[in-house]
Ligand binder design. Structure first.
Ligand code: FAD
Length: 138
């Protein structure tokens, strides 16, 4: 059984690119072994991440991530059973806050990144857009 879990959280301090890179290095290594894929983005001290893969592995990983002291105020936005993964090209993609990021954000009605105000559909659509853009540009 495959699921897609999407959550938001607040960083406990400002994150620089090295901090993000540290997260991604571990995430990519672990996720590949677990056949979990997804997308992470960070701006305005908010993280928004989607994790896709086998249900029990995603649940377990999420509980571990939620305990990470680099963020708190973790909120699950959506939890869906899926037939196939849609972020399959990424063991964990990352999208920095570029012009393209803001263009997609405008498409879901925001000028400043505030994932708390996104509906579940908007959050997943935003992350899918970032994932597609990222694949086109890389
Ligand atoms: P370790 O790396 O040894 O971690 C031990 C403990 O220290 C863990 O509780 C960890 O949370 C904490 N920790 C690790 N590095 C730091 C640091 N620099 N500062 C403070 N505390 C630290 N991991 C994945 O495998 N896949 C993901 O998709 C993923 N996404 C993440 C998204 C976010 C927003 C964050 C903040 C973390 C994410 N992580 C992810 C990292 C995850 O929380 C764990 O650090 C990772 O799974 C490794 O944990 P570990 O116990 O195996 O080993």
């Amino acid at each position: 059984m495959l699921i897609r879990l999407t959550y938001l959280s607040k960083a406990t301090r400002d994150m620089n690119m090295q901090d993000i890179q540290d997260i991604l290095t571990v995430a990519r290594d672990n996720n590949q072994g677990l056949e979990i894929c997804g997308m992470l983005c960070y701006d305005q001290r908010y993280f928004l991440q989607t994790l896709e893969g086998p249900r029990d592995d995603v649940n377990e990983l999420f509980l571990e991530i939620a305990e990470d002291p680099r963020h708190d105020d973790v909120v699950i936005i959506s939890y869906e059973y899926i037939d196939a993964t849609t972020f399959g090209s990424w063991d964990m993609g990352f999208a920095p806050a570029t012009d393209a990021f803001y263009k997609l954000l405008n498409d879901v009605g925001q000028n400043s990144f505030d994932p708390r105000a996104l509906t579940p559909e908007q959050a997943v659509s935003f992350l899918s857009g970032l994932s597609e853009q990222h694949q086109t540009n890389n």
